[in-house]
Write a protein that binds this ligand. Structure first.
Ligand code: C5P
Length: 226
């Protein structure tokens, strides 16, 4: 039995990329996420024999072959497509979901008046996809979140694990601002008890390492059933 074979036939949802929250028909709120890490995880899962649905915000990279890809723009659409995937064995929420959306999207382009120096936009929270999955009655068996933190990793990540009810959080150190769009990542994997440092590696290698750990997780689960 190959090391990866216990994942064959399992189902997974991967969210990836940024979301775009419209302000008016020509403007939006978004971020610098490239989607590279999520796409690499989707690819590594496909290679391990997993049936993957990739729910992706707008990115410029090609999706992995043999994954079902759902293209979305907003956090709300990402939530709806993610919920439509349930039930799944594994969910990896890699997307850099915008935290905020405007309370009312303007139907026409917002014009600036000659005398105008300010524009106030009211922002409201977007739905939290990871937390919704974490508290769902069809919660994925293994739920993995990501965190981009510049400081106090331990504290923030531990609270994220419990608030969002996920099993693991992969924390990226973004203190040097060098993760977005790069091909490398420096990450640690937290579960409720421990932390494992991956060190600096390519996003493709990190994806393989995460999938190897997902495989171990399901192997261990199988062992406990014997
Ligand atoms: O709370 P924070 O944005 O730091 O959490 C990051 C994790 O939560 C990531 O896994 C991200 O995909 C997920 N998330 C989400 N929906 C949101 C905000 C974050 O799924 N609205």
């Amino acid at each position: 039995m190959s090391a990866m074979s216990c994942l064959a036939g399992k189902t997974a949802l991967v969210t990836a990329g940024p979301t775009r929250e419209p302000i008016d028909p020509v403007r939006f709120i978004s971020n610098y996420s490239s989607g590279k890490q999520g796409y690499a995880i989707a690819k590594a899962l496909v290679q391990a024999g997993v049936k993957v649905t990739l729910v992706s915000g707008p990115v410029t990279i090609d999706p992995p072959e043999n994954a079902i890809v759902k293209h979305v723009q907003t956090a709300q659409q990402m939530l709806e497509e993610s919920l439509a995937c349930l039930p799944v064995d594994i969910a990896v929420c890699c997307a850099a979901v915008s935290d905020w959306q405007v309370s009312e999207v303007a139907h026409a382009k917002l014009k600036k008046e000659p005398s105008q120096n300010n524009l106030a936009l009211e922002l409201i929270k977007t739905p939290d996809i990871l937390a919704t999955l974490g508290h769902h009655r069809q919660r994925p068996t293994l739920l993995v979140g990501f965190a981009a933190e510049t400081h106090n990793h331990n504290e923030y990540v531990r609270s994220k694990l419990s608030e969002k009810n996920c099993d693991w959080v992969v924390a990226n150190d973004v203190s040097d601002g060098k993760v977005f769009g790069q091909d490398t990542n420096h990450a640690s994997l937290y579960d409720s008890q421990s932390v494992y440092e991956f060190g600096l590696m390519s996003k493709a290698d990190l994806a393989q390492q995460i999938v190897a750990r997902i495989n171990l997780y399901f192997n261990k689960k199988d062992d406990t059933l014997l």
